[in-house]
Design a protein around this ligand. Structure first.
Ligand code: ADP
Length: 660
């Protein structure tokens, strides 16, 4: 297969999964419809750190202290096992749970249950509770004095100080997916691999790139007078459509206001989205970043689609301000009056993604190709984000110091174009995991009503994330490979009498809804990981643990150790390069507390050096050649150092200074 060509292999499996999920969803929807006819569909809102909360008046989130009534408690196991085998194992599991008299893991012998601190879970608490009950893990809703295996945070890594276990957030992720940072990270990749990264609309960062925006638009218009673009302006750190508007021209007066008030991204507007029932919609897909090093990515087989509530028309000066036509945000469309609440997964203003795929498939759309392109988009986006995440990670959890390991569920917002090409709109570090919809009974009085669509998708994502990161899995696997040990306790003997000792302890649960896509498809995408390799070089020369910026000495050492200076690049020129680029980046970036060169500035300097050294090649080849060269010199240096260290004890004294 050609490098970077669309992922083909998983598509059949996913298509089948999509169709099955759609059928299941339909059945569930019908059931729910029969049981709760007329109940409005429930909502979800992206959780954001408090500092980023939009100012517009709206019902407050539960954790903010509203008095509200919850109509029902989360069920212990809402997903009834569908197959006879699953039913059998479910009964078996129940019998074992009764026998043991506690919620310990079936089949686990003396193993204790996995412990989860949910005290900081905020609005994801309900979905988390259901997941934990299904897994029969032990929840600590008020925290615990002893360490827990897993800490579930609603907002950020820094919600509490953790020294061990696993936490469901990476340090720095919230910063990385802000509109400006994400656009910058993707821009670097677009410079290196323009074709591979054409799934992100062309974007400019305001106010820094306003002049560039004006001149580039003018140049294209001059070349093609028929080009009638539309742009969408999005405030940095905004969410739920807050402060977003469309413009036709850079001279629009509203843009002047934005330039003066807050940083933003202005982006080419996708004029021809795929429509269903004449309505624009976008897709929320859940992606699990299970590990940063080595990179492990999973994608949920089902997601949500959020619909506009006014029929779509291509933007023109008369409809630019019609938010219910152009913006798919749930939080906006809920107020339109035409919002259709539905507990059926395939109707209404919020539906499952599988129901959309099913519908497209029935119209002859090649669902395999759609999935394949979405998987590519997700892997490429994560590849763009991980270099800087690594810098954050080593700064918060320096190697050799105690700290937790991290994983994170991300929400990818994707728009399908009319030609079915998926386009990335944004990535959410804290995708809403609410499974309730706030229903306004009378002005100011809210009630929480469960949402089948949200619950079906989100509980599966949380539960299966936990299954994948299960810290006791290894122990359990070892135990199940040593049957003689299993018979040492009464519990295991009981188990043996009541069923197959080799059966999976997860047998009562549905199959895992998260599919691994990386490293599974690493071979097709590894060539894109150039910035990742640059980040490794950057981190190596950072020096002091806990920093995120490279000082002038670190940069000089990098140049020296990688043998990049020459008669045409003096160390004085290196110092000037450092000062020039660092100063410019520090005037643009938000983190000005620390002085020094940030990763993006280092990448810019690296591009400059690569272009100088390897002329006449495409940029990505120049950069790859320079990285190879740097890694080669550093490996020689490491070997030399290792050799010297090994040689000392033999020689009995350090080598003579001349050999250094
Ligand atoms: P927010 O975080 O405020 O929701 P988004 O980037 O998700 O910001 O944009 C809000 C909505 O605007 C999206 O859900 C989508 O419907 C629409 N939108 C955003 N960017 C584009 C674009 N480039 N082209 C077309 N529609 C867009």
């Amino acid at each position: 297969m050609r490098r970077g060509s669309p992922v083909r292999e998983p598509a059949a499996e996913w298509e089948a999964a999509g169709a099955a999920a759609a059928a299941e969803a339909r059945a569930a929807g019908e059931q729910a419809g029969a049981g709760a006819a007329g109940e409005p569909e429930r909502s979800a809102r992206d959780e954001q750190p408090k500092a980023l909360a939009p100012s517009r008046a709206r019902p407050r989130a539960t954790e903010e202290g509203d008095v509200r009534v919850s109509r029902r408690l989360p069920p212990a196991l809402p997903l009834a096992p569908s197959t006879p085998a699953a039913q059998f194992f479910c009964q078996l599991a129940k019998a074992r749970a009764r026998g043991s008299g506690r919620g310990y893991r079936r089949n686990s012998g003396p193993l204790r249950p996995v412990t989860v601190d949910s005290s900081k879970a905020r609005t994801s608490l309900d979905a988390l509770k259901i997941s934990l009950r299904q897994l029969r893990w032990k929840e600590f809703p008020f925290g615990r004095r002893l360490p827990c295996d897993i800490y579930w945070h609603g907002v950020s890594f820094h919600d509490s100080d953790i020294l061990s276990g696993q936490v469901n957030k990476f340090p720095g992720m919230t910063e990385m997916v802000r509109k400006i940072t994400l656009s910058r990270a993707l821009r670097i990749m677009q410079n290196l691999f323009p074709e591979e990264y054409n799934f992100y609309p062309r974007s400019w960062i305001l106010p820094d790139e306003f002049q560039l925006f004006v001149s580039q638009v003018r140049t294209v218009k001059d070349g093609d007078p028929t080009w009638k673009p539309t742009f969408i302006v999005k405030p940095d750190g905004g969410c739920q459509g807050d402060g977003i508007y469309l413009i036709k021209d850079p001279s629009d007066t509203r843009l002047t206001g934005t330039l003066q008030s807050r940083p933003a991204v202005v982006q080419e507007y996708i004029r021809k989205p795929l429509l269903i029932d004449k309505l624009k919609f976008d897709i929320r897909l859940y992606v699990l970043l299970k590990s940063l090093e080595p990179l492990e990515i999973y994608i949920a087989k089902d997601g949500l689609t959020r619909f506009c509530t006014e029929p779509y028309q291509e933007p023109n000066p008369h409809n630019l301000h019609h938010i219910f036509m152009h913006l798919t945000n749930y939080s906006l469309n809920i107020h339109s009056g035409k919002f259709v609440h539905s507990d059926c997964a395939s109707t209404g203003s919020k539906r499952t993604f599988s129901s959309i795929l099913c519908r497209l498939s029935s119209k002859g759309v090649d669902i395999r190709k759609v999935w394949s392109d979405i998987i590519s988009l997700v892997i490429k986006t994560v590849i763009a984000l991980t270099p800087e995440l690594k810098v954050f990670y080593q700064s918060d959890i320096p190697t050799g110091r105690p700290g937790p390991t991290c994983f994170q569920i991300l929400g990818f917002d994707i728009l399908l174009m009319k030609n079915l090409k998926p386009m990335l709109l944004e990535v959410n570090a804290n995708p809403s995991m609410r499974i309730e919809h706030e229903y306004e009974l009378s002005p100011g009085v809210f009630e929480n009503i469960p949402s089948m669509v949200d619950e079906e998708v989100k509980v599966a994502v949380i539960r299966d994330t936990l299954r994948l990161i299960d810290p006791l899995k290894k122990k359990k696997e070892i135990q199940s490979q040593q049957p003689e040990k299993l018979f040492t306790s009464k519990e295991n003997l009981d188990y043996d009498l009541s069923g197959d000792p080799n059966s999976s302890p997860d047998a009562h649960l549905p199959s895992i809804c998260l599919k691994q896509v990386f490293p599974k498809y690493a071979k097709q995408f590894n060539y894109l990981r150039l910035v990742d390799r640059m980040a490794n070089l950057f981190i190596r020369f950072l020096g002091i643990k806990g920093t995120m910026k490279l000082g002038p000495t670190g940069f000089r050492t990098f140049i020296r150790n990688c043998k990049l200076s020459s008669s045409s690049l003096s160390m004085a020129a290196v110092d000037i390069l450092y000062i020039d680029i660092t100063r410019r980046w520090n005037s643009m970036t938000l983190n000005q507390r620390e002085s020094g060169m940030c990763l993006q500035a280092f990448v810019e300097a690296f591009f400059f050096l690569a272009q100088r050294k390897f002329k006449m090649q495409p940029l990505h080849e120049q950069v790859a050649s320079l990285i190879d060269l740097c890694e080669y010199h550093l490996s020689l240096l490491d070997e030399k150092r290792l050799g010297s260290r090994l040689a000392w004890p033999i020689l009995g004294h350090p080598p003579p200074s001349t050999s250094w």
